[in-house]
Design a protein around this ligand. Structure first.
Ligand SMILES: C[S@@+](CC[C@H](N)C(=O)[O-])C[C@H]1O[C@@H](n2cnc3c(N)ncnc32)[C@H](O)[C@@H]1O
Length: 373
């Protein structure tokens, strides 16, 4: 057994112990596919180092439940191997059967396509970046899956032109809406999973075509993703504001105390955040401790006109700044308490119809009217 095999076995056991890897076929796939082959040109170590296979930290970092950023442009992550537990949860949500036809948007490293292929799916995967496609193709060759995965270069907005009959479409890059082409390319009874921007975050939605060309979405999973390029990232009127950097916020002048001790765990906090975003279009994400607002980053109600707004932390406390700080703080508290009064709905309890938005020549379908089921 090599060091990589040993670390992979431990990683699978750890994911199973934490309840992050369920079905037997998924466990077998995670055991069989060597993740290190898919990040062989290295990844961002997060501390200024680019970690390649010769670095002693390479394998231990490959076999942790962490995303690995494999490409940066001007310091911005544009390609990665997603977090393993998130890939596992998305694959479970795809309910694959042997022979299922899957269209993946965002080849990235090719690791996710390899996992689905080893589970018996027939995978076509598309990426917009030629270098990414080339590296993923090389990795798939090294692990003996070259002929089994159909890797394409192109804008994922188009899906695979002139193809239909996919049982599932899985989008592995953050989008502001879904492409109508994907719905056209689905087989009858098929559905798609996509991380669609909502309140500055990218929760995964399950989307099904409906009657008279109308599609419907429901919340599926909490998730974070990097943003797509092209029409899939179009901004549209009425959307939540894009995420803000913490540095954009003045120090808070209003502070409201915690409601929960201990704070909500990450899953419940994202449930709260989703609901706040469903009810209030001012909601977005602020990374890092916003101007002393505290917390690692999370939901804010943004005052785009006057500056400032209110941050809602995982313990239910509120920090607000700007000329309307008191009003924003009161709104954040009302939204928090409404979530509690509604029975603390999870992400999976929300549904919305999708409507066209963005460039009329390359429209995307977006959820605009979330309703608690
Ligand atoms: C998070 S990575 C995908 C992870 C991947 N499935 C894996 O297993 O490693 C996102 C990928 O989406 C690609 N991408 C961004 N915009 C795209 C678009 N419009 N069409 C297709 N791919 C796109 C990026 O080049 C990047 O490689």
């Amino acid at each position: 057994m090599t060091a990589a095999d040993e670390l992979r076995a431990r990683y699978v056991d750890q994911l199973r112990r934490e309840g992050l890897l369920g079905a037997d076929e998924l466990v077998r796939a995670f055991r069989a596919v060597p993740r290190e082959e898919f990040v062989a040109t290295g990844f961002d170590g997060g501390d200024g180092r680019w970690l390649g296979p010769d670095d002693p930290d390479f394998l231990p970092m490959v076999y942790r439940n962490h995303p690995l950023v494999t490409k940066l442009v001007d310091g911005v992550p544009v390609s990665s191997s997603s977090q393993p537990s998130l890939m596992a949860a998305m694959i479970e949500s795809l309910e694959l059967r042997p022979g299922s036809r899957v269209l993946e948007i965002g080849v990235g490293t090719g690791y996710n396509a390899a996992l689905m292929t080893v589970m018996g799916a027939r995978v076509t995967t598309v990426d917009i970046a030629p270098d990414v496609v080339e590296r993923a193709g090389a990795a798939l060759r090294r692990v003996g899956l070259a002929g089994a995965v159909d890797v394409r270069l192109g804008d994922g907005y188009l899906g695979v032109p002139a193809e239909t009959g996919y049982d599932r479409v899985v989008v592995t890059v953050g989008v502001t809406g879904v492409s109508p082409r994907w719905l056209d390319q689905l087989a009858p009874g098929g559905y798609l999973l996509a991380p669609v921007e909502h309140a500055g975050n990218h929760p995964v939605l399950r989307i099904r075509p409906g009657a008279r060309g109308m599609a419907g979405a429901r919340g599926e999973l909490r998730a974070g993703f990097m943003s797509a390029a092209g029409p899939l990232a179009a901004r549209y009127p009425g959307a939540h504001p894009p995420p803000r950097r913490a540095a954009a916020f003045p120090p808070p002048t209003v502070r409201q105390p915690a409601r929960w001790r201990p704070p909500l765990d990450v899953f419940r906090y994202h449930d709260l955040w989703f609901a706040v975003g469903a009810w209030d279009r001012r909601t977005t994400f602020s990374a890092g401790p916003a101007g002393g607002w505290g917390g690692p980053g999370g939901a804010v109600l943004l005052d785009e006109v006057h500056g400032g707004g209110a941050g809602l932390l995982a313990d239910g406390s509120v920090r607000a700044a700007g000329p309307y700080a008191a009003r924003y703080a009161a709104d954040a508290i009302a939204l928090r308490d409404r979530w509690v009064a509604r029975g603390e709905p999870t992400i999976a309890e929300w549904t919305s119809r999708l409507v066209p938005a963005g460039d009329p020549d390359q429209p995307i379908l977006v959820p605009t009217n979330w309703i608690q089921r």
